[in-house]
Design a protein. Sequence first.
Length: 435
Amino acid sequence: MRLSRNCDTLTHLLKASLGSGILSMPLAFKYSGLALGIVYTVIVAIICTHCAYILVKCAHALYHKTRTSAMSFADIGEISCREGPEWVRKYGKAVRATILISLFATYFGTCSVYTVIIAGNFKAVVDSYATPVELRVYIAALLIPLVLLGFVPNLKYLAPVSMVANGFMGVGLGITLYYLSINLKPMDQLVLAGTPVDIPPFLCIVIFAMEAIGVVMPLENNMKTPKNFLGLGGVLNQGMAGVTMIYILLGFLGYMAFGEETADVITLNLPNEIPAQVVKVLIGLAVFCTYGLQWFVCLEIVWDGLKERYQKKAVLAEYIVRVILVVTSVVLAIAVPTIGPFIGLIGALCFSILGIILPCFIECITFWETGLGPGKWRLWKNIIVSIFGVFVLIMGTKDSVQGILKVYAPAAANNGTMDALGVNATTFAPTTITS
């Protein structure tokens, strides 16, 4: 069904971009400092928006070449190779596979991140009224509810749940902003500019939070007037401008409120008052509801590759795949319950390839024969943007993996590995300060 209005597409774009990643923006500002945080966020927003823009622009060029009216991200990658210069035509299937694998890794990793966020918020509330229990116990307890959520037949039945989730998230963020605004620290207690070594984790978190490359083509494909998606005042620019301002606001206020004590997820810094506890429950429920939307992307990718092999027992096979996907995402969350490095790894490894490097590559080969502009400016521009993407990929992945490995490093010689894991899992406690 085609969308009737541009505002519908804008709403969907905002919902896709304003995900749970926004809750870690104060952590990003903790890395960058207040002043550089604003500058870096704007730069990342421009790059992410531009890469989404050129992907849609390439789709429009390929529509004209192939006389089709809709393409997925994977279609664009494969067809751009097939219609491109001679030397790249044999790589169409490989590019398609790379896009699908990156999409799966992105959304599957996001599902695990969501599991940790849900458990962390519920743990923060329960710990106020009962004996604290390790975070991993809460993650494991989510297995059955998430499996049941995974049994929902299709996305149509998740639409009302998604609307409820948006309401929960909106109320939760509103109350959170109130708490942040009444607890601001003096500027002399805060860092204005972080060190260069802290740039990679900042970039990874912001890219994870802001990237919406996976929904760009579905949204454009379903517009009544697709040409209105692009342009200076188009839906894409409007949506990303709004998202950028909201992200800067929450990141700025969050770091100003809690400084060096800023938690991986800002709601976990909130006090043990009833309104703040309500926020944690609302955010936890909102992310739980949103889990299904991310998870269905993974299911579609995996099942599309398997359904031809299991035609006789398709229903049984599909539900086995559903259970395996949910269980694996929960096990991954139990193994790596530190949200900051986990988010950073997805941002560095997946979104840098999917949201930055591949769109630049696709634009080059799409316009290779028709012209790359005066002085081949498209080529040089894409080389520069791709270098940024490779920097995020290498440095961000290195930094994030090191952060994850710290989970398994003994916190003290006498504690053993499991004690170190437990200590690291308390990153979610508002009073915990990691050194």
